[in-house]
Design a protein around this ligand. Structure first.
Ligand code: ZN
Length: 347
């Protein structure tokens, strides 16, 4: 059967909780896409041109509806002055925080995304993607990371968790989180100015695998909410990505108001679908481990089962639960994308 919508209309409908012609599908593939270029991955992740080319090549091969553009989970941190290690075979990683004492938070300045590396390169990549395929495929230019995650890199994660547990430095923790919120918000505006369709924050450190639901509520939530509210006022769609099992924070996660919630495979799809129906759009949550080592048939079965749970009532984009590993086989990514076409039709 022929598709009745293009990818942009399809994703738009899912996010607006209207029924599209079929379930849209994304690939969270910056690592396998960079790997597929044959170049050292660090070279791709430092270059807007190479990053855009890797995304374009992958889109031409797989034909997914949504491109997720990013270079990993240390972009904003590096722009803030955190020392980041680039590797030939994986995403860059934050290494040395910029803030030795949380009391010094007022000394940090908000980076200008148009000049701060590597934000400026991701903006360059977004511009290229918008120019080349921005009328054909949904481009989510990701303002990674979210306030809590960025705070854990700007300041030492260990120290931050201790300070949160003791609850004695809340004044400074809130200042740090607010600084990080401003960094990511400013970057989000710059990414959206390229003509991208949506943006996102990643908040792995805010998930129940790292901090308790109570801590999420007290520290992370209000800064995520503030970011969503501000961007929404400007008509900007923000995805909120929290890794691990977000079941224990499900109501707060939805109450951030983010138009798309990216859910990981550990989250019970049935439960979160029941809670999110009619309220927000879910994106996910195929196991990246299965995508890395399973067979295409196993991927197809997992997609079919998930579509059956999450398709009804719209508000669902099929995709991996998190970033796919570097060596995820091409046939499994094909299987994921084709499953949306095979099982995802609404009529
Ligand atoms: Zn994740």
């Amino acid at each position: 059967m022929r598709d009745e919508m293009n990818s942009i209309e399809r994703v738009q409908a899912a996010i607006e909780l209207r029924e599209p012609d079929r379930v849209p599908v994304d690939l969270h593939n910056f690592q396998p896409a960079a790997f597929a270029t044959g170049l050292p991955m660090d070279q791709v992740f430092k270059s807007g041109e190479l990053l855009a080319q890797s995304m374009l090549d992958a889109w031409r091969e797989y034909g997914h509806d949504m491109i997720l553009l990013e270079n990993g989970t240390a972009c904003n941190a590096q722009a803030c002055g955190v020392k980041v290690i680039y590797r030939e075979d994986a995403a860059p990683a934050a290494h040395i925080p910029v803030l030795e004492r949380i009391e010094d938070i007022d000394k940090l300045t908000i980076p200008d995304p148009y000049t701060a590396f590597p934000m400026c390169e991701i903006i360059k990549a977004a511009r290229i993607l918008v120019k080349e395929v921005g009328d054909k495929v949904w481009i989510c230019a990701r303002a990674d990371q979210g306030p809590m995650d960025l705070a854990s890199q700007v300041y030492s994660m260990g120290e931050l968790l201790v300070d949160m547990a003791l609850g004695e430095k809340d004044e400074y923790i809130f200042k740090l989180l607010d600084y990080c919120r401003q960094v990511s918000t400013r970057y989000a505006y710059a990414l959206m100015e390229t003509g991208a369709h949506s943006t996102s924050i990643g908040e792995p450190v805010a998930g129940p695998d790292v901090i308790s639901p109570k801590m999420y509520r007290k520290y992370a939530w209000r800064f995520e909410k503030q970011m969503v509210d501000e961007l929404k006022q400007h008509g900007i769609i923000l995805h909120n990505h929290i890794c691990g099992n977000t079941g224990p924070i499900i109501e707060d996660f939805i109450a951030t108001g983010a138009q798309v919630l990216e859910i990981d495979h550990k989250t019970d799809a049935r439960k979160i679908k029941a809670a999110a129906t009619g309220r927000t759009c879910l994106l996910g949550n195929i196991d990246t481990g299965l995508l890395a080592v399973g067979s295409p048939a196993e991927v197809e079965t997992a997609c079919r089962d998930l579509i059956e749970i999450c398709k009804p009532g719209s508000g669902f984009i099929l995709g991996p639960g998190c970033a796919m590993g570097t060596t995820t086989p091409a046939e499994n990514m094909h299987s994921l994308v084709e499953s949306a076409k095979k099982y995802g039709r609404y009529s």
